[in-house]
Design a protein around this ligand. Structure first.
Ligand code: HEC
Ligand code: HEC
Ligand code: HEC
Ligand code: HEC
Length: 510
């Protein structure tokens, strides 16, 4: 080819005379040296000089063409965990231009921190809130691949931060081909797809790792994982769509970019927005452990219901049918089967007239929902007139209100706190509560307001006779009376130990 060219040029140079007389053609004069447009042009790695223009262009093999938009999307999220380089320690050089977002260090280098999960920066979800930086979005950018590469590598300083040219091409590919208009799949913060169409997508693509309701900690996640799909989809649908399309960097979570269409991402999002946002049911979050503790003692007095007339259904199958001969309402008190120390047959009710042989509930591993269901259905409290709120209160007490009474009561039944600190609490009140002395007298021998005139349950007597019952009454009050709960008043377990140690020094009778 080159030879032919030379010859043609020679022919032109030699003039028309030579045509047809090739054999006798005189030697042509030396050709002028070709103009080398690439002379002195130094291209970066992955680029080659284009001889026709003299500019550097991506060499087809490692540049934009072969870049990976999916990996670019993950880099956009958190590039250092994807590329395996060290996280930056200083702020991104552009960070100094804003002062509304108070994050520092590595966070300021995440593309999403400046440009948003919706790629719209200050014109999108980050227009307000703690992530607002005022920086513009990148959606609809008109940069060329080369311009995007140069901007990310040089202007944005990601080359210096340690990203390779391949990483930066992946980012450029994401910028030009991986973004979607999130407004097309969202109405406000609600996905506008079909939840019915999304359910099979979730079941086939997500449930194996996240559980059918999205509440399973995915493989490799800590047991206390709370960023459930239902929560992220609800609280941050823009982040959700990005994580679905590009995966969660450095985890097993796969990218759906090449698998789901944008419409399917909307369907999936619509379905996931119907899933629970937390493993803790709302009823449980709003429930009161202190009220639950009083219900545990005598539920009908707290809930204002009629006392049950028949025996509790589980009473007929108690392991020890001989020792405890109570019938009717008493058999429905949680404490009658599980004890004031919550340890049932393994605690204070291991012997005596309250022994039923039933196990305790201390250290139960039931979930909130399981505890609710057990109390409501298996234990039949739903049929007694207790409301769902009452049963959530009981579940809350079961999971959060119990203490190990062995930590405040020794084997001989003596409280192990400080009597002097306890006296102060007795005289001045625990937390925000009225002091014991106001209602029971300084020596515990006054009849409390509203009690029968022939009342003979004195503070010192009960503290010594049944310290397990005593700690429960102090912590949750006396059902159906004005006696306050130290738990509700903000008292600690140590306060209860100290107070009760003092109460054991009070006279047991007038
Ligand atoms: C600290 C904030 C910050 C971070 C982090 C950041 N950018 Fe930017 N980006 C800016 C600012 C400011 C501009 C506009 C000024 C400029 O072009 O230099 C911009 C502009 C852009 C543009 C040009 C948009 C257009 O069409 O004009 C693109 C593309 C872009 N950034 C991509 C990225 C990518 C990809 C990352 C992550 C690898 C990233 N940015 C990280 C602040 C940031
Ligand atoms: C192979 C297992 C796997 C599959 C399949 C999977 N994920 Fe994940 N997902 C994970 C892991 C692992 C994490 C990260 C857990 C962690 O932070 O430790 C995660 C994290 C998430 C997060 C939380 C991100 C955050 O902000 O913390 C969301 C949301 C999510 N996945 C949604 C989905 C959806 C929706 C699907 C189906 C399209 C799906 N995942 C499929 C394993 C998986
Ligand atoms: C008549 C006796 C009886 C009464 C009253 C009773 N329970 Fe139970 N409870 C049982 C028996 C028996 C079991 C074990 C078998 C079962 O789960 O049904 C049990 C199990 C439990 C468990 C499960 C413990 C675990 O981790 O396995 C909890 C929690 C519980 N009860 C709470 C309560 C609460 C709260 C009340 C009062 C609202 C109550 N129980 C009243 C007999 C009783
Ligand atoms: C606002 C008044 C009030 C306060 C404050 C109060 N109680 Fe009570 N307490 C009562 C009433 C009323 C009863 C129920 C009396 C009855 O059986 O009718 C009661 C019952 C009790 C009982 C159960 C035995 C009994 O007498 O029926 C104990 C034990 C007890 N209180 C100890 C205390 C202790 C310890 C404190 C301080 C932490 C305290 N109380 C604070 C009013 C109060």
């Amino acid at each position: 080819m080159k030879t032919t060219l030379k010859c043609e040029r020679s022919i032109v140079a030699a003039g028309i005379v030579c045509l047809g007389l090739v054999a006798g053609c005189p030697l042509p004069p030396p050709p002028p040296p070709p103009v080398d447009l690439c002379a002195g042009v130094d291209c970066d790695e992955g680029f080659a000089c284009d001889a026709s223009t003299g500019t550097c262009v991506a060499s087809q093999s490692d540049g934009f063409e072969s870049a990976n938009a999916v990996r670019g999307g993950a880099l956009y999220d958190k590039w250092w965990v994807v590329s395996g380089v060290d996280a930056p320690t200083e702020d991104h050089p552009f960070w100094a231009t804003q002062d509304t977002n108070t994050r520092t260090g590595a966070d300021t280098w995440r593309c999403k921190e400046c440009h948003g999960w919706d790629y719209k920066g200050v014109d999108g979800a980050y227009s307000s809130g703690s992530h607002r930086s005022g920086i513009a979005g990148i959606f609809g950018t008109t940069l060329s691949a080369q311009e995007a590469f140069d901007l990310i590598k040089t202007d944005h300083a990601y080359g210096e931060a340690g990203l390779s040219d391949d990483d930066i091409w992946d980012l450029a590919k994401f910028v030009l081909e991986g973004q979607i208009d999130t407004d097309a799949i969202l109405d406000g913060a609600a996905f506008n797809g079909s939840a019915n169409a999304g359910q099979p997508l979730f079941d086939s693509s997500c449930a194996a790792c996240h559980g059918a309701d999205g509440l399973l900690p995915p493989p490799g996640a800590p047991a206390d994982f709370v960023d459930f799909p239902g929560l992220i989809a609800d609280e941050n649908p823009w982040e959700f769509q990005h994580k679905v399309r590009f995966g969660q960097p450095d985890t097993a979570m796969p990218a759906q970019f090449d698998i789901l269409s944008t419409g399917q991402v909307a369907d999936l999002g619509s379905y996931v927005q119907t899933l629970p946002t937390s493993a803790v049911p709302e009823g449980f979050s709003n429930a009161s452990a202190s009220r639950g503790g009083a219900l545990y003692d005598q539920f009908w007095a707290v809930a204002g219901l009629d006392a049950p007339a028949d025996d509790h259904p589980l009473w007929a199958s108690r392991p020890d049918m001989e020792s405890n001969t109570r019938i009717g309402a008493d058999t429905w008190r949680c404490k009658e089967c599980h004890g004031w120390d919550y340890k049932g047959v393994d605690g204070a009710y291991s012997s005596g007239s309250h022994r039923s042989g039933i196990a305790g509930i201390f250290g139960t591993t039931l979930s909130a929902q399981e505890a609710f269901d057990l109390i409501d259905s298996d234990h039949a409290y739903g049929g007694t007139g207790l409301s769902d709120d009452d049963i959530w209160d009981l579940a809350k007490f079961v999971l959060e209100g119990q203490i190990d009474t062995d930590t405040i009561i020794d084997a001989g039944g003596a409280f192990t706190g400080e009597a002097s600190a306890g006296q102060t609490l007795y005289d001045d009140g625990i937390g925000t509560n009225t002091a014991c002395a106001v209602c029971h007298g300084g020596d515990g021998l006054s009849i409390p307001p509203g009690a029968d005139p022939d009342h003979d349950e004195w503070v010192g007597k009960l503290a010594n006779e049944n310290p397990w019952e005593f700690q429960h009454k102090v912590r949750f009050g006396q059902p159906g009376s004005s006696m306050p709960s130290s738990v509700a008043g903000g008292g600690t377990t140590q306060d209860v130990a100290d107070l009760s140690t003092f109460a054991q020094t009070l006279p047991e009778a007038p």
